[in-house]
Design a protein around this ligand. Structure first.
Ligand code: NAD
Length: 497
């Protein structure tokens, strides 16, 4: 790269565990390849946590990030124990990095793998789902984690996945959810996938339930191309797929948003091998290659990627991928970086080389505007789930006590315990905790078989009910309102309701 190319400021975090070892070698390769970068170093992770900052990142680090909008980050260690928030989740959410992209490709025959034709990109929603980490202990027996999913969040990630597929010449997208059980949250993701998918007829698309989808991915990954999925599922299946290529140490990832991007290896800080100079720097190097592409430095990105392929083809392998018969020499972290640097300017013989050009720009999308917010939605309150802590055991006792509170606008419809109906007509065999969900709907709601015609109630009705429960010394933990959205039920039924 000529010295005339201005250096792009980037923020660099060297991380914990093996982080400093693999980052120093990655930076050496970047420099030797002529990447036009001006790194600003920040301290994040374990030391910052231990110094009393519960999010693992201080104000100066935020300053740098807001300036550069690009972070190359080595893995960090989140100390165990209460009170520490995951730095990765904080960074992704604060910077609005809604898309996590993890390309995984087998490097057969250079690296031993049972799946020589694997070439899968996992695109994972990065800000919502159970990963939002909103957890509460509600009773001595029961804790909860809130799974929040927004239509606007689903639209952003699904459209990103289709655009990514077009831009990278990918032919199929598989959406994975568990919407046979979580009909509202996972159901929304699946529905948005189908809605937006109609605007991309050039890309084959299907949906699989995550459990069988993950099993098939592990068994026959060559049948997949791009997978788009929710946050937690994406985290799990991307580790599985990376491991199938030979090692979790091989894959890099990008976290992309409208305001910035973060590039990192997909693995953690590997404290079991830290300080030994044996870790594989490939994951972070691949993350750096993705970063160079993001910054428009395609020629340097290709030079590093192709030298890396060349070193792997020459059988120079770190311990995690070293296999007698396939590998030639077991190398240390620094020796591997030396080998990549020595091969800059060369290309692989058998593996597919990376072109030194940007990927083709996508054709304009059929519809650029999001679907969310286009149609006004009528939201109608029709009842309330009141969650109680109650230390009794017989659901009928609680049910009868609550029935006695009727005569008011809201009346008890059912009680569930961990989602299963226990009143009326519960089964005495059902195990019950101290956490009871009591569903109240308007006294004049009409039941037609399994159908229920809800009628509108007011917030004052809910407050009056809560007042009556408190007067009876019942311990209210929380409430969830029951709504109709444009006349359609917008809450799940209890099992057995
Ligand atoms: P890990 O990914 O660090 O390690 C899992 C296994 O893979 C270990 O046996 C390790 O030695 C091996 N491994 C990982 N990277 C390797 C590499 N580059 N070369 C060779 N072998 C490699 O997962 P873990 O042990 O569950 O987590 C350790 C710590 O990392 C935890 O504190 C966790 O919170 C953190 N973590 C951080 C990130 C991140 O910063 N992005 C991601 C995941 C885990």
């Amino acid at each position: 790269m000529s010295s005339a190319v201005p250096k792009v400021p980037i923020t660099v975090a060297i991380g914990d565990g093996i982080g400093p070892e693999i980052m120093s070698q990655t930076l050496r390769v970047l420099e030797a390849a002529g990447a036009a970068l001006a790194p600003e170093f920040i301290e994040v992770g374990e030391a910052v946590y231990r110094a009393g900052n519960s999010s693992g990142i201080g104000p100066e680090a935020w300053e740098s990030l807001k300036r550069t909008r690009v972070l190359l980050k080595a893995p960090i260690t989140t100390p165990l124990g209460g009170g520490y928030k995951s730095l990765n989740v904080t960074l992704r959410k604060t910077l609005g990095l809604y898309a996590n992209v993890r390309p995984c490709r087998s490097l057969h025959p250079a690296v031993a793998t049972r799946h020589p034709d694997l070439d899968v990109v996992i695109i994972r929603e990065n800000e919502e789902d159970l990963y939002a980490g909103i957890e509460h202990q509600q009773t001595p027996d029961v804790v909860q984690c809130l799974k929040l999913v927004s239509r606007s969040g689903c639209e952003k990630i699904v459209r990103f996945a289709f655009e990514y597929a077009r831009r990278h010449g990918r032919r199929r997208i598989t959406c994975m959810t568990k919407d046979n059980i979580m009909k509202l949250t996972d159901g929304l993701f699946h529905r948005v996938f189908m809605e937006i998918g109609r605007q991309y007829p050039d890309i084959a698309q299907d949906h699989q339930i995550i459990d069988i989808g993950a099993a098939r991915l592990a068994d026959t990954p060559e049948r997949y191309d791009v997978v788009v999925t929710m946050n937690l599922y994406g985290d799990i299946i991307s580790d599985i797929v990376a491991q199938l290529t030979g090692s979790v140490g091989l894959a890099g990832s990008s976290n992309v948003g409208d305001q910035g991007a973060l590039f990192e290896a997909i693995h953690g800080s590997a404290p079991d091998i830290a300080g030994q100079n044996i870790a594989n720097p490939s994951g972070l190097l691949q993350a750096a290659v993705l970063m160079l592409g993001h910054l428009g430095q395609h020629e340097v990105a290709a030079r590093i990627h192709n030298a890396w392929l060349c070193a792997l083809e020459d059988g120079l392998h770190t311990a995690d991928i070293y296999r007698a018969g396939t590998s030639r020499t077991k190398v240390s972290t620094t020796e591997f970086a030396d080998a990549v640097i020595a091969r800059l300017g060369r290309g692989p013989q058998q593996l597919a080389a990376m072109p030194a050009l940007p990927v083709a720009a996508p054709p304009p999308s059929a519809i650029e505007t999001p679907l969310y917010g286009k149609v006004p939605v009528e939201q109608q309150l029709v009842g309330v789930d009141v969650f109680l802590r109650w230390d009794g055991k017989r659901a009928a006792t609680l049910g009868q006590e609550l029935e006695a509170l009727t005569g008011h606008r809201l009346q008890l419809k059912l009680i569930t315990n961990r989602g299963v109906k226990v009143y009326p007509d519960g089964h005495p065999e059902t195990f019950c905790t101290d956490h009871w969900r009591c569903r109240f709907v308007a006294a004049d709601a009409r039941i037609h078989g399994a159908q229920l015609d809800f009628t509108r109630v007011s917030f004052i009705d809910v407050l009056t009910l809560l007042h009556r429960l408190a007067d009876c010394q019942l311990y209210v933990i929380k409430t969830e309102h029951l709504y109709l959205m444009d006349g359609a039920r917008a809450f799940s039924l209890g099992q057995g309701e």
